[in-house]
Design a protein around this ligand. Structure first.
Ligand SMILES: NC(=O)c1ccc[n+]([C@@H]2O[C@H](COP(=O)([O-])OP(=O)(O)OC[C@H]3O[C@@H](n4cnc5c(N)ncnc54)[C@H](OP(=O)(O)O)[C@@H]3O)[C@@H](O)[C@H]2O)c1
Length: 259
């Protein structure tokens, strides 16, 4: 069993859940966060009954005190903090700029950008003390590709990429990455299929419908394994990069570490 201690947000389902399970299998103690207490309780119990270490804090990551509470809980339960995974994410509003609800637009930026900033700020004193402190911010291909109907989401993911690059420049002792996790079979994709038709150009919308109907969406376990591995083993030389879960160097790191 290792001594790693990792906070992961958005752990109740989808990519975050798969990543938390992968972290626990790799020997890390995980502090699970999301709003759904019952889903987190099931996940924590699953990890603990398989011999792993997990604690949970059910809270909205966009509330002012949640980031500090998460860091305090990780230190209390696990004695320190080695890595933070900012995975919780919001897609809404799915609407063209002219039609977007300004409050939903603002909320998107708070969940997708402010919360990662606040969690990293609260965690920094501990990450600096860790032998290899790491931050992985879950980004998206939408950070570098404009999708009509997704203005808040695209802008937030572009912001998280630059936040990651500045963090890497300011904190040479820490490894900070922004991860493109691919197109994954999660409830975010389901929401897109259910609500995206009116906001997105037909060919763009059909692309996602087709990926689903042809079984081409990734199972969360595939990028989840890469995300867990990066949070524990990403080399410092990569710090500041926006990197894809299936980049050859990420796959090589996974083979090396699990071989
Ligand atoms: N799915 C894709 O194709 C895809 C592609 C590129 C990038 N991503 C990124 O991958 C990450 C995970 O997405 P996913 O596809 O797994 O989505 P998902 O299934 O919708 O899961 C989102 C997670 O975030 C949590 N969350 C949302 N708002 C929160 C808040 N205010 N406070 C705390 N937790 C919150 C949700 O839990 P609760 O509802 O219980 O709070 C849930 O655990 C996101 O950053 C997303 O942008 C996804």
């Amino acid at each position: 069993m290792s001594d790693w201690s990792v906070i992961i947000t958005g752990a109740s389902r989808g990519l975050g859940r798969a990543t938390a399970l992968a972290l626990a299998r790799l020997g890390a103690a995980v502090l699970l966060n999301a709003r759904s207490a019952s889903d987190l309780t099931h996940l924590r119990d699953e990890i603990v009954s398989a011999g792993g270490r997990a604690e949970m804090l059910a809270a909205d990551i966009s509330q002012p005190d949640t980031p500090e509470r998460l860091v305090a809980a990780a230190v209390l339960h696990f004695g320190g903090l080695d890595a933070v995974i900012n995975n919780a994410g919001a897609l809404a509003p799915l609407a063209r700029i002219a039609d977007s609800d300004p409050r939903l637009w603002q909320r998107n930026l708070v969940v997708n950008v402010w919360a990662p900033f606040a969690l990293v700020q609260a965690a920094l004193p501990h990450l600096r003390r860790a032998p290899h402190g790491r931050v992985v911010n879950v980004s998206s291909g939408a950070a570098v590709r404009p999708v009509p109907g997704w203005s808040a989401y695209c802008a937030s993911k572009a912001a998280i990429n630059m936040f990651t690059a500045v963090l890497a420049a300011e904190e040479p002792e820490i490894t900070a990455l922004a991860l493109r996790p691919g197109v994954i079979d999660t409830s975010m994709q389901q929401t897109l299929r259910e609500l995206g038709a009116d906001a997105m150009p037909p060919e763009e919308y059909q692309r996602y419908v087709q990926l689903h109907s042809e079984g081409m969406l990734l199972p969360p376990e595939a990028p989840g394994q890469a995300l867990a591995m990066l949070a524990l083993h990403a080399p410092r030389a990569w710090s500041g990069r926006f990197i894809s879960w299936d980049a050859p160097e990420v796959q090589a790191l996974m083979s090396e570490m699990s071989g």
